[in-house]
Design a protein around this ligand. Sequence first.
Ligand code: ADP
Length: 247
Amino acid sequence: RPIHSEDKVTGLAILFFDVTEQLQAEQLRREFTANVSHELKTPLHLISGYSEMLASDVVAQKDIPQFAEKIHSESQRMIQLVEDIIKLSHLDESEELAMEPVNLYQISEEVLDSLSAKANERHINLHLLGEPAYITGNHALIHSLIYNLCDNAIIYNRDKGDVTVDITSNEDDIVLTVQDTGVGIAKDEQERIFERFYRVDKSRSKKLGGTGLGLSIVKHAVNQHHADIKVESQLGLGTKMTVTFYK
Ligand code: ADP
């Protein structure tokens, strides 16, 4: 805009808007939508294909349970995926979270309890160390955080492996660690695993029921609580996730 002074243009005012963040957010949203569509389409095609075959009587009697099981597991995967997407979109939308005193030890106990059947199937031992420790947090979000870390520690473990959750109170912080004896994560993948839909081994993760969204929910929860998360891992030996909550 020109700047006038006594009928003369004496200057020019130029305003610059930095839209980098806005464009990046739009780009992320576009990628997310494309990913979601792709992730939902694959199980839907399988379900549609299998059920069509069952309906048109081309499946031998003895193969019917196997087809039904495939339809069941694919729909379970879709339910998990939709639940994770809903959780993430809630997190993206909601600005103010209800905060209250939450006991990390108690939530860990509940999480390990709910995962014990899954761990038993592969003879994985679950351990809880430490003592009750309170942070100011959102109960549902902290539950998701601990649940996703422990779920991964079981899924990516070896049979007869161990998962250890430890809660330590220090003077300035409270530290939660989830350690496993599983496949580990290569150094150059350790940053990327927190991205939405990123998986180190896509087909393996899908087979194990993964959605690729678990750790992005964890990252979100960590940010909302102004906490930090650190990954230490060695291929073939295991992974240790450390979350630090500041007092
Ligand atoms: P998924 O639903 O595939 O488990 P996540 O977002 O929870 O998605 O994790 C992303 C990827 O990070 C996983 O697909 C897996 O490859 C890797 N990963 C996460 N946790 C672990 C772990 N404890 N040990 C080894 N790899 C892991």
